[in-house]
Design a protein around this ligand. Structure first.
Ligand SMILES: Cc1ncc(C[n+]2csc(CCOP(=O)(O)OP(=O)(O)O)c2C)c(N)n1
Ligand SMILES: [Mg+2]
Length: 404
């Protein structure tokens, strides 16, 4: 099926597929009124922890899997809160919180297969967790001792990218390569992708969608049917800029203009994020080309530890989103349905405390890197110009008799 047909095939009854173009005033009014996410929002677990069904994106999930997702989210939140506190104590130069985005990241991260590739921005600590990156490996970047502590190829998880939207181009190129290398479209007669078929997932924010790089990535991926899931975490703010200053229409609807499907999912619902991400990755592995997922969410903490959100957002808004907490709804569902007992919750709490201790101890004991560390890993191969600069710098520092 060609890409434009596929857009409507995903949601034939989608109001967005048939509606007349609204006026700018209607769109802005709609955006402001969609704190619930709008009619197209895919949700499987309500904020109250009630399981609801969805005609296109429902999944079966074993209680053990749900408990594992809960554990992931609690531990990821603990890494985030602990690292934030370490920055406040002066042990990290900066921290980039994810508070409230655990479900979006764990749902997407757990949908990936080991051979899939992921390209993060700078906030994907939850996806890193799912890719098997030890949380201590996140700390060097924020303590200023390292540029990235993991091997992107081994972990199938790119290095953090601060330049907004840049990773979308990297991901588009990578996914095009997967397609050219024949890593997609090897499905059996029932349309199930081969066990070693691959896809790529790229993570970025709502603000990033205003960047030229993101537009270009959408175009390249679309025309080459690249196996790329664009995963946009829409926390409704790009630092102090609200989404209505970024777009005249809900972000997932932008996909239509590029000729691939766009789905808006409740980003605070780990089940829905898992289900929609699995579907999107399968589409990619089948060779059907890219998908845009807009995970509609809210970050309950600041943009970074250098930011003061009380200068631009209302505390009412934060209070409203606390009621939609991604972890609490899973806890309520598990407890209410007898799928987890008190001992389970205590055990996760205990594990979380141990992780916090390990993180703190690791952080304060990171050795200072040697001064010439800055020259390492700049190029894949030795570079004579850089080598001369390194020697000059070491020679200069030697003039201080080791006191630098
Ligand atoms: C090319 C570029 N322009 C500007 C910045 C400064 N900047 C850092 S984060 C940010 C906002 C990004 O917002 P969004 O994409 O919504 O991601 P969020 O931080 O909300 O997850 C900006 C403008 C940057 N890092 N790179
Ligand atoms: Mg944002």
């Amino acid at each position: 099926m060609s890409s434009p047909e596929r857009w409507t095939a995903a949601r034939p009854d989608s109001p967005a597929a048939t509606a007349a173009t609204p006026t700018a005033e209607q769109v802005i009014a709609g955006l402001r009124a969609t704190s619930e996410g709008g009619a197209d929002l895919v949700q499987l677990l309500t904020p109250e922890g009630e399981r609801v069904t969805h005609p296109d994106f429902d999944i079966d999930i074993e209680p053990a899997q749900l408990r594992a997702l809960y554990r992931d989210m609690v531990l990821v939140r603990r890494v985030d809160r602990e690292s934030n506190a370490l920055q406040r104590k002066g042990e990290l130069a900066l921290w980039v919180p994810l508070l409230g985005q655990e479900a979006a990241q764990v749902g997407a991260g757990r949908a990936m297969r080991p051979q899939d590739m992921a390209f993060p921005s700078y906030r994907e600590h939850g996806v890193a967790w799912c890719r098997g990156i030890d949380p201590t490996d996140l700390l060097g970047i924020f303590r200023g001792t390292d540029h990235g502590s993991w091997d992107p190829i081994e972990k199938r998880f790119g290095l953090y990218t601060i330049v907004i939207g840049n990773q979308v181009l990297n991901a588009a190129g990578y996914a095009m390569g997967q397609r050219f290398d024949g890593k997609v479209g090897n499905s059996d007669a029932e349309g199930n992708p081969a066990a070693d078929d691959e896809a790529t997932m790229c993570f970025f924010g709502d603000g990033a969608t205003s960047q030229g790089d993101v537009h270009e990535g959408f175009v390249w991926a679309a025309v080459y049917d690249a196996p790329l899931v664009f995963f946009c975490q829409n926390n409704q703010w790009a630092i102090s800029e609200p989404t209505e200053r970024q777009s005249r229409l809900p972000l997932y609807q932008r996909a239509r203009g590029y000729g691939f499907p766009g789905v808006r999912v409740d980003g605070n619902d780990v089940l829905a994020c898992l289900a929609v991400s699995r579907w999107a990755l399968k589409e990619c592995r089948r060779g059907n080309g890219p998908v845009l997922i807009e995970a509609f969410t809210y970050r309950m903490d600041a943009h970074t530890t250098t930011d003061d959100p009380t200068r631009y957002r209302l505390s009412d808004e934060v209070e409203e989103w606390k009621l939609k907490d991604p972890i609490e709804r899973v806890r309520a569902y598990l407890a209410r349905n007898g799928l987890a007992d008190a001992a389970f919750f205590e055990q996760i709490q205990e594990e979380s405390d141990q992780l916090a201790v390990r993180l703190r101890e690791f952080c304060v004991n990171i050795p200072d890197p040697p001064p010439d560390r800055i020259f390492a890993n700049v190029y894949a191969e030795a570079n004579p110009v850089l080598e001369r600069q390194r020697e000059d710098m070491l020679g200069y520092l030697a003039g201080f008799g080791g006191e630098h």
